[in-house]
Design a protein around this ligand. Structure first.
Ligand code: PLP
Length: 365
């Protein structure tokens, strides 16, 4: 009789359901034997990376035999000057998911509570559960975070609160006034993680820049990524900005070389490529308008989004629609795992990708 290796795992890990990624293009190609597939399932930047990032990667290839700089000095310096923060406040991660995980490992243990919202980003429950902490899920308000409910859920056991602004998969966002009104209520011993993965896309005047709150609220951690507006999802690089003490702690649990050298070089080049970022933004704005117009034309309801994706509501099980779209070579994202079985999340693609999605959807419905 062999050992039960499932039972040997820690209780938290045994209870985990793995993160469900968007379906890869290659996989659908193999399954259907078709080409010409479009993927609007993972909120990737349809423009591809900036030329400056690509050149940094080509240059970096020559040094692949070396370990990367474990401190990521060049990237931290680029971030430090562009964000006007100290190097000591920055923690680099293998994607910002890595940083979220570091926060959970460093600050959550069995018996501790982490608060996040219904419909919030799927990594919060996974990171919380993996370390055996207790997830406290507050009901959403119009698909977004109900900050009053989140503040009321704080107990003496609360250690971390995760907030995505804007939120994925709903695209909802919180204003300066809402965030400020919340932070002032949170005891300083409770860490607030403001996940700003789509920060660079948001143009709303009332949208807050989390980094601006760090001085007033030292218990705040702001996370951002190069996976979305910077178009470098494959390289896995993200970061947090926090008080130096929190960064010091995160650094103790961080793998020594968690960000590879090509990612470090590409991200450092991307930070200063303001032109690319502006182009990404306007490309996204046009694509979002195209999707909104097309969806409205089909009489579909959707949640207004400030990200590079939109949650579409079908008022019936959306899985058959997802599958019919797949057969037409269009990959979008089912969100049943978020408790939204009647919705699909669609990333903004290129103009022709958006048009193809809308045409395919019209045929399917
Ligand atoms: C995409 C996303 C992330 C980060 O992804 P990484 O690729 O790991 O940087 C983090 N939070 C939210 C809400 C996201 O949608």
């Amino acid at each position: 009789m062999s050992c039960d290796f499932i039972a040997l795992a820690t209780a938290g890990v045994r209870g985990l359901t793995p993160y469900q990624p968007g379906k890869p293009v290659d996989e659908l190609e193999r399954e259907l034997g078709i080409s010409n597939i479009i993927k609007l399932a993972s909120n990737e930047n349809p423009m591809g990376p900036s030329e400056a990032a690509l050149q940094a990667i080509r240059d970096g290839v020559k040094e692949l035999t070396r370990y990367p700089d474990g401190n990521g000095f060049v990237l931290k310096q680029a971030l430090s000057s562009s964000l006007a923060v100290d190097l000591e406040q920055i923690t680099l991660g293998n994607g910002s998911n890595d940083v979220l995980d570091l926060i959970a490992r460093a600050y959550l243990a069995p018996g501790d509570e982490a608060i996040f919202s219904q419909y919030a980003f799927a990594v919060y429950p996974i990171s919380t559960q993996a370390v055996g902490a207790t997830a406290v899920v507050t009901p959403a308000k119009e698909y977004g975070h109900d900050l009053d409910a989140m503040a009321e859920a704080i107990t003496s056991k609360t250690r971390v609160i995760f907030i995505a602004n804007p939120n994925n998969p709903t695209g909802t966002w919180l204003t300066k006034e809402q965030v400020d009104g919340f932070l002032v209520k949170v005891p300083e011993s409770v860490l607030v993680v403001l996940d700003e993965a789509y920060f660079e896309y948001v143009g709303e005047a009332e949208y807050p820049d989390g980094i601006g709150y760090l001085e007033k609220y030292p218990n705040l951690i702001v996370t951002r990524t190069f996976s979305k507006a910077y178009g470098l999802a494959s390289l896995r690089v993200g970061y947090s900005v926090s008080s130096p003490d929190i960064a010091n702690i995160l650094n103790r649990v961080r793998q020594p070389f968690n960000v590879n050298s090509l990612a470090l070089a590409a991200a450092a080049a991307a930070v200063t490529d303001e032109e690319y970022l502006q182009e990404s933004r306007s490309h996204n704005r046009e694509g979002m308008a195209q999707l909104v117009e097309g969806l409205s034309g089909l009489d579909l309801s959707f949640v207004p989004s400030v990200g590079n994706f939109i949650l579409v509501n079908f008022d019936k099980d959306a899985l058959p629609i997802f599958e019919s779209l797949l057969k037409k070579g269009v990959i979008v994202r089912p969100v049943g795992n978020y408790g939204l079985p009647n919705a699909l999340r669609v990333s903004v693609g290129t103009k022709s990708e958006n048009a193809r999605f809308l045409d395919s959807l019209a045929e399917v419905l």
